[in-house]
Design a protein around this ligand. Sequence first.
Ligand SMILES: CC(C)(COP(=O)(O)OP(=O)(O)OC[C@H]1O[C@@H](n2cnc3c(N)ncnc32)[C@H](O)[C@@H]1OP(=O)(O)O)[C@@H](O)C(=O)NCCC(=O)NCCS
Length: 204
Amino acid sequence: MPVFFQQQINESTRLGVWKIEETEEFFRRNVPLHRDVTHPKKRLQHLAGRFLLQYLFPDFPYDQIQIADTRKPYLAGERYQFSISHCGDYAAAIVSRTHRVGVDVEETKDRILRIKDKYLSAGEQKLFIPDPATPDVRLLTLLWSAKESVFKWYGAGEVDFRRDIRLSELDSTSNTLRCDFGKPGVALRLNYRLFDRLVLSWIV
Ligand SMILES: CC(C)(COP(=O)(O)OP(=O)(O)OC[C@H]1O[C@@H](n2cnc3c(N)ncnc32)[C@H](O)[C@@H]1OP(=O)(O)O)[C@@H](O)C(=O)NCCC(=O)NCCS
């Protein structure tokens, strides 16, 4: 069952997560490789991410993909805006005809605890880690993923995760988080889904 999760976000925006069970040959038959990726597993992830673009929008023009100096891939004519993420056996992509987008997928791992000071401000730690003796690894992974999504949505690089991206108002009913992003000075609403050992976040 390769499609792990799929959502039509609005009439011009689609999101998909693929569980990679295919061989490299399967993807290579359908997708051109867009950069040199030496490590076989990373190459497979890269191909699966690209594969999703046409899976979501069959007329997605692979041949028009360019890579910016920041390493963000984009389409020269901006017929579509898109974002890709991969992690372990999963690849995620979001594609839109109209909106700027960002997506990130992460596996929950305890090592997130070691880097929390790098991406969370003191205020965020107070809000999201009320009892430091029992930090919630899944929540911390979600907060990291959310900031990565914002970074990709922004696309121009040079973002200080602690200072420029401030998260609050986690709403587990609507599966959203508020984000005050200092770079362009905007308030954003991030979306997320929590799976067994996987966290997905996106922004439109
Ligand atoms: C670029 C970055 C977001 C990629 O994230 P990652 O977790 O390593 O990898 P992911 O699988 O989620 O995403 C990789 C994809 O992001 C996309 N990407 C790469 N650079 C990008 C950029 N600058 N903007 C938007 N998207 C980008 C690409 O599509 C890439 O996949 P591909 O090369 O196969 O097409 C990450 O490496 C990064 O630089 N993050 C910012 C780190 C930072 O500033 N931290 C400071 C606080 S600790």
